[in-house]
Ligand binder design. Structure first.
Ligand SMILES: NC(=O)c1ccc[n+]([C@@H]2O[C@H](COP(=O)([O-])OP(=O)(O)OC[C@H]3O[C@@H](n4cnc5c(N)ncnc54)[C@H](O)[C@@H]3O)[C@@H](O)[C@H]2O)c1
Length: 398
């Protein structure tokens, strides 16, 4: 007699019915392969990442906002308090601006003649089409806005996107439109938005061009690295959870995950890694690239807590399918959460991690401890943070 029934639920899907809700369809009928992983991802997001008021960071790669996923999924997640901070490619934030500025994109076809499109001044992102003027007008908006006095300084990309979001929000109000833009919603919800490669997008290109005129705007990437680590450290030192929700891979995935090695390996503060890892991607693990690296591999770097590894999920599917389903599931199964407004706490969080670093970090080699056995337990069974790693704690030398 098999003992499988003691370990696993029986594979017996619910027949699909007319009028079924997305969340019920996923729970009842997504049972195997990447459908099964997506069902696990939904349960992880709704049941653990969002539970107990844990901090959720989302990373965005791939052409998501041009496909309309900002308005359809990311804005509703922000407004429900289900995403507390974001790391995005510049491209997703640039193309988000088109929606906030009331411009038009079209659901076209991938099978068009690109030479004809070029002659007609039409831009194509696979099957998404828009006029070249959309680019020119968006570029002009960025250049106009960043001439303001508040932009004439060096700042983190979270501050830059907050200020930019304020102007997008104003434009939405003037146009009589609402909930169209990630940057505008993040501004309204106090959600910090970072980009890991500020020069690698049309936003960065316009900022660069303006620096050849008289603009004083510069991005402080050191602040971004420390500020993102400070967000994670703040969550963990309050004995709450830190979760990563990764769409695609790329540089934003690493920028989000590296917060833990920044705390442990570089700053010398004891920590065990992010608690929950959820990734939807098409990137494979066997090439050695970071985009396809699994949560198990991330454990070896101290990025993920080994105790929560069994809960981590990778779903190999297109984000244009997974993100709307994950959003519908979470909105159906979880009540909206109080907004954390992490942007408003950025200076306080940075000062807290700076104090810990100066207390425990070193300019010499950090004494390393890999046996995280018998940690002091916090509320969710994790070690309590804020103590020096290993036996040798050194003050930072000047
Ligand atoms: N006009 C612009 O501003 C512009 C336009 C395009 C790209 N860029 C820049 O180019 C860089 C690369 O951008 P990218 O986002 O296209 O990265 P990318 O194509 O390198 O994708 C990153 C990762 O996400 C995965 N991925 C992509 N789309 C996916 C999907 N739909 N579903 C699941 N997984 C998916 C890929 O396999 C890869 O592992 C960024 O820095 C971006 O800002 C700028």
């Amino acid at each position: 007699m098999s003992t499988l029934n003691k370990k696993f639920p029986r594979l017996l899907p619910t027949p699909i019915k007319k009028g079924m809700k997305a969340a019920d369809l996923i729970d009842g009928s997504f049972k195997a392969y990447n459908g099964g992983r997506l069902a696990e991802a939904c349960k992880l997001f709704a049941g653990k990442m969002l539970a107990e008021d844990g901090t959720v960071g989302m990373s965005l790669t791939g052409a998501l906002t041009p496909a309309g996923l900002g308005r359809s999924a990311i804005v509703p997640l922000l407004k429900a308090g289900f995403v507390d901070w974001i790391i995005s490619t510049g491209a997703n934030l640039y193309h988000d601006l088109h929606f906030g500025l009331g411009m038009q994109l079209f659901a076209g076809s991938p099978f068009l003649d690109d030479v004809t499109l070029r002659k007609d001044g039409v831009i194509r992102i696979y099957d998404v089409l828009f006029d070249y003027d959309v680019l020119l007008d968006t570029d002009a908006f960025v250049r106009q806005v960043i001439q303001g006095a508040e932009f004439q300084k060096t700042m983190g990309t979270d501050e830059f996107h907050y200020l930019l979001g304020k102007y997008v929000y104003e434009r939405e109000r003037q146009l009589g439109i609402k909930d169209t833009s990630v940057l505008s919603a993040a501004y309204q919800c106090g959600v910090p938005v970072f980009t890991s490669s500020p020069g690698d997008s049309s936003i960065g290109m316009n900022v660069a061009a303006m620096s050849l005129r008289d603009s004083k705007l510069l991005f402080d990437v050191n602040r971004d690295v420390n500020q993102t680590a400070a967000i994670v450290y703040s969550a963990k030192s309050k004995k709450s959870t830190s979760s990563v929700f990764i769409l695609g891979g790329g540089s934003p995935k690493n920028f989000m995950l590296q917060t833990e090695p920044q705390i442990q390996e570089v700053m010398g503060i004891e920590e065990r890694g992010h608690d929950y890892f959820l990734q939807c991607t098409d990137a494979r693990p066997d090439t050695g690239g970071l985009s396809g690296a699994t949560p198990a591999e991330a454990v070896s770097w101290g990025k993920i807590d080994p105790d929560t590894l069994p809960d981590c999920v990778v779903c190999y599917a297109d984000s244009t399918i997974t993100l709307p389903l994950l959003t519908a599931y979470a909105l159906d199964r979880v009540k909206p959460r109080k907004l954390k407004r992490l942007y408003d706490q950025r200076d306080v969080m940075l000062e807290a991690i700076r104090t810990q670093y100066l207390r425990h970090g070193s300019i010499d080699k950090i004494t390393h401890r890999t046996d995280l056995a018998a940690p002091k337990k916090g509320r969710s069974g994790r070690s309590v943070t804020g103590t020096a790693r290993g036996s040798k704690s050194k003050m930072a030398k000047k």
